[in-house]
Structures are given as C-alpha cells and as structure tokens.
Design a protein around this ligand. Sequence first.
Ligand SMILES: [Fe+2]
Length: 213
Amino acid sequence: MDGTTAIAKDGMTQSKTERKKLMNNLQFIFETEARTAIKRDGLEELLKFLHAETDFYTAPASTKYHGAEESGLVKHSLAVLENFWKVAPCFGYEATESNKESAAIACLFHDLCKANFYKVSYRNVKDDETGTWYKAPYYTVDESLPYGSHGAKSVFLVMSYMLLTAEEAMAIHHHMGAYGKSSYEDCGKAYASSKLAWLAHVADEAAAYVDNT
Ligand SMILES: [Fe+2]
C-alpha cells in the first residue's frame, strides 16, 4: 500500500486521515470489548502484540469475499461477537461472567491467523468512461507464519500470550466448520459437546454470509 490510499468497501479509496481515524475507533471498540469481558492474565500483552506487531486493525477479513476492505478483519471479529449473543440465548447459553469471557475470547480472537496474512497488490484496470488505464489495489495472501490451519494458528497465537480453556481452544480451532482443515467427525464432536464452539461457528458464518462483514 502506498500510504495514501486503501481499499474501501465501495471499492473507492480513502484518505490517510480517514483511514487513521477509522482504525483508531475500531481499535478502541475492540479493546474495550475485550477488556470488559476478559479478565485473564496475558490479555494486555496480547492486545499490545496485535497493536504493535501486526496489521490486525487494518487488515481485511478476506481477499475478495466477506470484509475485503481495510479494517475488515477487526469489523468482522466484532460482528462475530455481536452475532454470538444474538443467537446464544435462543440455545440456552447463559450470559454468565465466565461464559461472556469465553465468548469474547473465541469470537474476538478466532481469526488472529489473518493478521500479517494479506498484502495489497495492484493491477491495471481500464476506466470504462474515459478509456484510461490506472492501477487498482486488491488483496492477496502473503502468509508470514505458515503454522497450519487457520484455527490452529489462531489458537497458537492466543496461547502465546494467554492461557485458553480446552473448550475455548476447541471453539477457535473449529470456527470454520466444514471449511476448516479438521475432520468432519472432529468438528461434529466439538459442536455436539460445546455450545461455545457451535455458537462461535454460527456467529462467524452469520457475519460472513449474512452481514457480509
Ligand atoms: Fe471469521
């Protein structure tokens, strides 16, 4: 990225000032959500890592599918948590302090694997009206930590700073469901044994396919 433009949701570009303001707002909201629900040792170190050593707050959520825009990843992560609590009460997952902490961990951090994962490339595009060619930005994958599956990599990154319960690790690991790299059998067992895991998966799908975030 050249520092002056970025990919916005409508395909247009944003000014550097607009980008910075948006990123700061989203970072504030994300950190507030995390600090409100998560009281576990290591959270501050994890948040510091995300801010200082990754592009988590500016990265897209995908190259061309849901959230393929600057800061799409942090918006997606917040949407997953919001969706989780829209669905959870319908299936008897109570909003206890412990459950709120686990849900926040699973939802906010399920896609840490996508930090330092994308880069902006450019391709030549012809303007239909003027006939002139210009360089249009688009996202490609540029994996910086080829650890393994998305879920496993996210678990590793969170566990590098903060301990997870087995259920939280399972929820993050299996959040992609059939799209992930774990076996159908393992995935089914995880969802059957853990409402947290199933709800995080459903909330993730709703964010991607319903909210397009
Ligand atoms: Fe996701």
